[in-house]
Design a protein around this ligand. Structure first.
Ligand code: FAD
Length: 486
């Protein structure tokens, strides 16, 4: 097993980890990035399936995502707009497909009025929230106690209005049932995109794609780091705090204390870190000794790593209140974009359908047509109880309700199932359970001794998105640079 020494070891070669590693390298520090998989990118994965280039993970860029836009430009990549000419389709409670244009679904005038009123209320609440610290709002505790579904049902008894409002942050974003997360969590999701209205506007939130695929972002970032990115290196153990802090005695005292004492520990660890004994990170084929580490993976995966001494009590507790959402991203490729011939944009929504949303996902310059659909949370669980053939049949049947029978006969069909990915375990990202955001949010990004944290799942702006991952990568690198300068 190799034994190497660096200033900083980064664990995870996703957008967050690679951004941090590049910043640190540019500032003159030596880095090593350890990645469990045999590829970089984490939840960004552009692959070719039966001759079709597909975005199996993240893909869209919205105009507010400045950190991602800057990185895309810095790497010399270009973007193009999602196809959106023509009518969108909405399927209501009667199962009938209705065409519409603009942002408002074709619902009854009373329902439309209710949706407008509640949207205005939500926009006003979101405007008061700082996405970087939603827990600081005076009503945060109250808003974190009530589920998103329960709050919406307190506003109106119009079920169709509730379902349409709920799904923007539910099935479409946090990908959890709407009774499992709080109003505050929902407001954070909206605040991270600027407003609730932005979040429900597909033309805003799903604006652009990167020509050739979004995984080029981590690939090109990794290229700049060369041999300092080590693949197939799942990290199993982290010994932190130098020899003294790593002893059983110190470990016991850490777990037995309150957060305030963590600051004392942090001071001791800082001393150890500055004497170059900060952290030893043990992966399958390499051991890296470094002054600092950055954990650049979803917090739900921290428990896969053995920490010596153990992480403090607060972290042990907090990480158990964070969980991954779950969504199946389905690609169906056809010999041509047949829906365009019917004057359809490909954009389709229904809180009553298995595929709650679907879009034209045809690649730039491709004469074939690609649709992408999404099946979320409990619907996704239910589908995975079926055989692969039954699942495909049910999903294509759902797509056909938006686009007609031709949707049932794709030439290429692929389901991204991130739930089976050992080093991700769900999609799109992780969020707090009911009450968790207010209780733990302020501590989520706090470093523990020499260990700093970065991930899209702890972002404010860009939360659960690549933009947030990049912002968090910059932040974690900056924290370390400040410590090395201090
Ligand atoms: P990750 O990408 O999860 O990177 C973490 C890395 O750590 C991984 O490479 C993992 O293998 C590695 N790792 C984990 N454990 C260990 C270990 N013990 N040792 C070593 N390495 C380890 N975002 C958008 O902006 N737009 C979209 O359109 C969009 N759509 C999405 C669609 C899907 C299906 C999914 C899954 C996500 C989507 N997202 C989208 C979200 C976006 O992809 C993520 O928020 C972002 O890529 C996360 O980056 P990250 O670096 O924080 O984490």
């Amino acid at each position: 097993m190799d034994d190497i020494t660096r200033d900083v070891v980064v664990i995870g070669a996703g957008a967050a980890g690679l951004t941090a590693a590049n910043d640190l390298r540019t500032a003159g520090l030596s880095v090593a990035v350890l990645e469990a998989r045999d590829r970089v990118g984490g939840r960004l994965w552009t692959d070719t399936v039966e001759g079709a280039m597909l975005e199996l993970g993240g893909q869209w860029v919205s105009p507010d995502q400045q950190a991602l836009i800057d990185t895309v430009a810095d790497l010399g990549l270009s973007t193009y707009s999602r196809y959106r000419e023509g009518d969108s389709v909405y399927v209501g409670p009667d199962g009938e497909a209705k065409r519409f244009t603009g942002e408002m679904f074709p619902v009854a005038p009373e329902t439309e009025k209710v949706i407008d009123e509640i949207t205005a209320r939500l926009d006003a609440m979101v405007a008061e929230i700082d996405p970087d610290e939603p827990w600081a709002h005076p009503s945060a505790a109250e808003w974190d106690k009530i589920s998103w579904d329960a709050w919406l049902r307190q506003q109106t008894d119009d079920d169709e209005a509730v379902r349409n409002l709920a799904f923007a942050t539910g099935s479409a974003m946090l990908t959890k049932p709407t009774h499992t997360f709080s109003l505050l969590q929902s407001l954070l999701m909206a605040a991270s995109a600027g407003s609730y209205s932005h979040l429900v506007d597909a033309d805003f939130i799903l604006d652009k794609r990167v020509a050739g695929g979004l995984q080029q972002v981590p690939e090109l970032l990794a290229e700049r780091l060369g041999d300092d990115v080590l693949l197939n290196q799942p990290v199993r153990r982290i010994v932190w705090g130098g020899d003294s802090a790593a002893s059983g005695r110190s470990g016991d005292s850490v777990t037995g204390r309150r957060v305030d004492d963590l600051r004392d520990l942090t001071a001791r660890v800082e001393a150890a870190a500055s004497s170059s004994a900060g952290v030893t990170v043990i992966a399958d084929g390499v051991t890296v000794r470094a002054r600092f580490a950055i954990l650049a993976l979803a917090p739900v995966l921290y428990s896969r790593i053995s920490f010596e001494p153990p992480l403090p009590r607060l972290q042990h507790q907090m990480h158990q209140h964070i969980s991954m959402g779950f969504v199946i991203k389905v690609h169906a490729v056809y010999d041509r974009p047949f829906w365009r011939e019917q004057g359809l944009s490909g954009t389709a929504f229904s809180p009553y359908e298995l595929c709650h949303e679907a879009y034209d996902n045809t690649n730039l310059g491709d004469e074939r047509g690609t649709l992408v659909g999404f099946v979320s949370d409990q619907n996704a669980d239910d589908l995975f109880r079926l055989s692969a053939e039954e699942r495909k049949e049910r999903i294509l049947e759902s797509l056909s309700r938006y686009y007609g029978p031709e949707a049932k006969s794709p030439v290429v069909y692929y389901e991204s199932d991130w739930g089976t990915e050992e080093w991700t375990r769900g999609a799109y990202a992780a969020s707090f359970d009911l009450g968790g955001l207010h209780r733990y949010g302020a501590d989520l990004r706090e470093p523990v001794g020499p260990i700093h944290l970065a991930c899209s799942d702890m972002a404010g702006a860009g939360y659960q998105h690549v933009d947030g991952a990049i912002r968090q990568g910059h932040r974690a690198a900056q924290e370390i640079l400040e410590r090395t300068r201090g």
